[in-house]
Design a protein around this ligand. Sequence first.
Ligand code: PLP
Length: 400
Amino acid sequence: MRTTSEALGRIQPSATLAMTSRVLDLKRQGIDVIGLGAGEPDFDTPDFVKDAAIEAIRQGKTKYTNVDGTAELKEAIAAKFRRDNGLSYETSQISVNVGGKHTLFNALVATVDAGDEVIIPAPYWVSYPDIVQFAGGTPVIIKAGADQAYKIRPEQLEAAITPKTRWVILNSPSNPTGAAYSAAELKALGEVLERHPQVFVMADDMYEHIVYDDFEFATIAQVCPSLYERTLTVNGTSKAYAMTGWRIGFAGGPRWLIKAMAKLQSQSTSNPCSIAQAAATAALNGPQDFLKERAAAFQRRRDLVVAGLNAIPGIHCPTPEGAFYVYPDVSGLIGRTTPGGLLIDTDEKLVGYLLDEGRVAAVHGGAFGLEPAFRVSYATSDALLTEACNRIAEAVHALR
Ligand code: PLP
């Protein structure tokens, strides 16, 4: 009997969400496991944002809104793009969706046909290839390892582009590596794209506000104005404002694409939650100084984790410019054997061993398209991070 669709068969459940539920299961059984798998800030949503949501409920903002966002939120987003990115979008060029994942989903499903290629640098955020495949397209992966600081080079981009290329996805700072492209690096990639007018550019800037060491965030439509008409600049409130549960993502881009995304959304989710939209409006229009304070806290944790992991022989952890992830290369551990006699021949087995023996949950590199490595999310307390590094060190020392 035929059950699910072919399109569904082309995708996998999210590996990061799977690890998060495995950790929750272990914790429910009373096992003391440190979860470094989840991709969300441990900070709380700011009080002024919560208050705006409560006020929205009181005022009866509990009804359907315009399909792809209220006028107030679109104006707040337009102001955000001007303020933070020097980008000018009218409200007709802005789409509001149910989280950044939904923004990407709408854009790709609205534009990708069978046979279309989408260039995705690896390590990549887990959902990109699956969404492309769901849409019927073909992911074209460019690998960028630790030796090139997890960033693709212009000549790699040039070599990957074909007449079938529909999109290239650039995610900076990156989930899972934390690597971020400077304005000059983006410009060099933009010069390649200028030669290929059939290619659209998806700039996934979800981690824009989480950057370190005076790194200056840049986005490609700003750095390469010639690409503005074919770039979708994607962002959201999930990471910067610690609003993962509220589900608000958004994008600025060409009117035809924004309209296409709204058409798709009108036949699926309809508008994002009206209350969450009011909260996001407050987040974008309110004080922004806490963003820097939170980034400073993340930077301290990054330094702690990078030092802790690099102190373990066999692990090489580059220092990322942003986000709240590190992506240590573990080639040095492949081929070793656990005290129980299991050969660690993949990063997946290593991560399984770290969970079973070290009681530390990370996500294996295979899920992000570049092995052998694993992703650590350091959006947790300094004390837990120190303990996690100690546990990983102890587990690794026990390998033969
Ligand atoms: N893009 C990247 C790179 C992410 O890491 C995430 C979340 O993990 C998203 C998009 C989606 O964010 P949201 O939770 O708003 O759907």
